[in-house]
Design a protein around this ligand. Structure first.
Ligand code: PHE
Length: 340
């Protein structure tokens, strides 16, 4: 009997030692300790033994079971440890491994030129303010001295949402909002998106950008306006760029001017871009009309001021030598990333 048990233990030791995985070990455990195991068979045969031998025999079998359980436990620990080492090895991540670079984006030419312009005007003491793109007729026109049925309204092909609500055709409504909400001295620029019912072509887009400027204080004259715009032109394009004022008309400024800048492409010599004139039209401006002051609650007997509106598209096109405005809106990355 002892012989048999010894043999069973030796076989179990051999089998357990050969098992290569936790799963196989579990299968072997069921086989050794289960109902069909050889120790179980021995236990069942105990009934045939004389009664006085049974306790000693039972104790022997139980100790054999414990030995087997211990061997399984030890082998299990060893297997789990080995499997863990393998798994960690397989899962190892080299955080220093160089990866292929994700494609880098680029700022849009409009954003870049806007950033440059904001830098220049902030350097001159202006503050950036913004207004809504969907705007009331009141701010877009009426407070700017453009009453309903005024013929000058035709100059702006405005998109109407409702009778009194428009997609703003210029950034000038922010002027009216600022005068109504602040006390002079006022020095603001208002960049933003504008909309007009224009056909898209090389120089027009129904959706474009302006930067509005408004300065109100005591003793402000047209010379201040000219000096500010000269500083802007030089700041953006460098020395040797001048401005030229031509008389014009806007209902919200009086007097009004259209401003040309030395053509950046030929530096004034005359080329295809400026049609041989050496000048490029860049913005509209003027001294704030006293009627606008009156409508917006500024005392015209104390204050004077100037305002201007610059098109960002045209400025970006000049700065980067772009000859078709549509390229700014087509979203072609080959085009857009070259100005980075
Ligand atoms: N709002 C005018 C336009 O869109 C530009 C402008 C702004 C002119 C401020 C004078 C003063 O054409």
């Amino acid at each position: 009997m002892r012989e048999t048990i010894h043999q069973i233990l030796e076989e179990a030791r051999g089998a357990i030692g050969e098992v290569k995985s936790a799963a196989d070990l579990e299968a072997l455990r069921v086989q050794l300790q289960g109902k069909k195991g050889s120790l179980t068979a021995l236990l069942r045969g105990m009934g045939r033994l004389p009664a006085e031998e049974r306790p000693a025999f039972g104790a022997l079998i139980n100790s054999a079971r414990e030995t087997i359980a211990e061997m399984i436990e030890l082998r299990g620990m060893a297997l789990r440890k080995a499997e863990r080492v393998l798994r960690l090895e397989a899962e190892r991540l080299d955080v220093t491994e160089p990866r292929p670079q994700p494609a880098l984006g680029a700022a849009h030419p409009i954003s870049m030129v806007l950033g440059d312009m904001v830098d220049i005007f902030v350097g001159l003491g202006f503050e950036v303010v913004e207004g809504p793109e969907v705007e009331l007729d009141t701010y877009s026109f009426e407070l700017l001295n453009l009453p309903k049925n005024h013929p000058a309204r035709d100059a702006q092909d405005t998109f109407y949402i409702e009778d009194n609500i428009v997609l703003r055709p210029h950034t000038s409504p922010v002027q009216a909002r600022t005068m109504l909400s602040r006390k002079p001295p006022i020095r603001v620029i208002c960049p933003g998106r504008c909309f007009r019912a224009d056909e898209a072509d090389a120089t027009h887009s129904p959706n474009f950008h302006q930067i509005e400027g408004l300065l109100i204080d005591k003793n402000i004259t047209m010379a201040d306006l000219k000096g500010t715009l000269d500083a802007f032109a030089r700041g953006l394009y460098g020395e040797g760029i001048a401005t030229r004022f031509r008389p014009s008309f806007f209902p919200f400024t009086e007097p009004s001017a259209e401003v040309d800048m030395t053509c950046v492409a030929c530096r004034g010599k005359g080329c295809r871009v400026c049609k041989g004139t050496g000048w490029i039209e860049v913005l509209g401006c003027g001294m704030v009309n006293p009627k606008v002051f009156e409508l917006c609650g500024v005392d015209a007997s104390v204050y004077t001021g100037f305002a201007f509106g610059i098109g960002l598209e045209r400025t970006a096109m000049m700065k980067y030598g772009i000859n078709d405005m549509r390229a700014l809106y087509e979203g072609d990355l080959r085009f857009l990333t070259q100005f980075r």
